[in-house]
Design a binder for this molecule. Structure first.
Ligand SMILES: [Zn+2]
Length: 166
């Protein structure tokens, strides 16, 4: 436990390299019919990030983040547990929301898919990317201490992040 990072793994890049989702190319501009994100200049951006206004003719599709939401196909999980967590749940979840809002304002594909409370009191947060899961875990651990562990499943491109404090 503690600051465990698996040995031998290359430094992490921000966007997931899962070819099925995040690296797919779309005709430009493509607008996500669910969330309004725009694929332009080779990446997904929010309309307010665009340098110039959109043309009237746009291609429509579902962005990778909305596809993951529809398919219930996260690439990261964060598990929060322990007595301290129970007692400070609202504060910790607010902190996470702020961290994610900040990331998402620049990177539209970095999102939380769901937050779910398990029967044993653990809260599960599903994310669109391994990186975001780790980023959340690190932010919580930095702010609140505790025990922090990241487990990767390379084959499935999945990260499970555990944070615990009693
Ligand atoms: Zn979308």
């Amino acid at each position: 436990m503690g600051g465990y990072v698996p040995a031998g793994r290359k430094e992490y890049v921000w966007e997931s390299d899962n070819p099925y989702y995040e690296k797919k190319k779309y005709p430009e501009p493509t607008v996500c019919e669910e969330c309004g994100a725009v694929f332009k200049n080779g990446r997904w951006q929010w309309p307010e990030q665009l340098k110039e206004p959109l043309s009237k003719e746009v291609n429509k599709a579902l962005c990778p983040a909305c596809r993951r939401k529809r398919d219930k196909y996260p690439s990261g999980f964060v598990y929060l547990s322990g007595k301290f967590f129970e007692e400070h749940k609202e504060e910790i979840l607010n902190r996470i929301k702020n961290v994610v809002d900040e990331v998402m304002s620049l990177r539209p594909l970095q999102r939380i898919l769901w937050i779910e409370e398990k029967e044993d009191g653990t809260t599960e947060i599903a994310t669109t990317s391994e990186h975001l899961a780790r980023h959340i875990g690190e932010a919580v651990n930095k702010a609140f201490k505790g025990e922090f562990e990241v487990k990767y499943n390379e084959g499935e491109k999945l990260a499970r992040v555990f944070w615990h404090r009693d």
